[in-house]
Design a protein around this ligand. Structure first.
Ligand code: HEC
Length: 213
């Protein structure tokens, strides 16, 4: 009796374990990411529809705060505005990807009224020890931001994987991850938000960092 009770528990326990092993990856796949993808698909449908969240106040604010003129030709206007908001009001990309980040006399850290350095805006070139921020502006030939496709950009923002092979390769040559760059935070954005950043970066002018003194 004692034996058969515990073996029944054992059997139930094993069955539960098997069920959870079988369900595990599915549960994971259907978790936050699954919901995220569903939401992104809904937003994509809305984008194609009429009057899509034109009233999202972040879009107008985004256009108001872009420090550079934007080329909207062939671009999704709502995404560009939202992307500008995410880059210039939330993401702080300018502080690391523009060298120097502020125009002469416009450095808020010195108590001056803020003026972003529009000439070298997001053209990279700031050094953090041995790590140099990259040029995010549209490549003159491919017209793609940082010369990345949308898929490559989203993968980088989500994983930090750095495939340009330029040393130092941290943590290792075969597993080179972007250092300093806060991708562990940006990876939490929705796909639509990352697309918006990409759309904005596609609409800004090409720029180069200043020549080394
Ligand atoms: C704290 C500083 C910092 C901030 C803020 C920052 N970055 Fe970066 N980013 C870097 C550095 C440094 C690198 C290069 C790292 C390396 O070489 O390991 C980099 C690399 C990148 C790359 C890789 C480019 C390539 O060609 O592989 C992309 C894309 C990028 N950043 C986009 C962004 C965007 C978009 C934002 C704002 C939402 C942002 N970064 C904010 C410091 C920063």
């Amino acid at each position: 009796m004692k034996w058969s009770m515990s073996s029944r528990f054992l059997a139930v326990g094993c069955a539960a374990l098997l069920v959870s092993i079988a369900a595990g990856p599915r549960l994971l796949a259907d978790g936050a990411n699954g919901d995220d993808r569903k939401q992104d698909r809904k937003e994509d449908r809305d984008d194609r529809g009429q009057g899509h969240d034109n009233d999202d106040p972040r879009i107008k604010r985004g256009f108001d705060i872009s420090p550079v003129p934007l080329n909207l030709r062939g671009r999704n206007r709502e995404l560009v505005g939202l992307g500008s908001y995410l880059v210039n009001a939330v993401g702080g990309c300018n502080d690391c990807h523009t060298s120097p980040a502020y125009a002469p006399g416009g450095n808020p850290h010195l108590g001056e009224p803020t003026v972003v350095n529009a000439t070298n805006y997001l053209a990279g070139g700031q050094a953090f020890g041995p790590f140099i921020s990259r040029n995010l502006t549209p490549d003159p030939t491919s017209r793609r931001p940082a010369n990345l496709t949308l898929d490559e950009f989203i993968t980088i923002m989500r994983t930090g994987i750095d495939d340009d092979a330029v040393p130092p390769n941290v943590p290792s040559a075969s597993n080179d991850l972007l250092q300093v760059m806060p991708w562990p935070v940006y990876q939490n954005m929705t796909t639509r938000e990352l697309r918006a950043i990409y759309e904005y970066l596609s609409a800004i002018p090409h720029a180069e960092p200043p020549a080394a003194p």
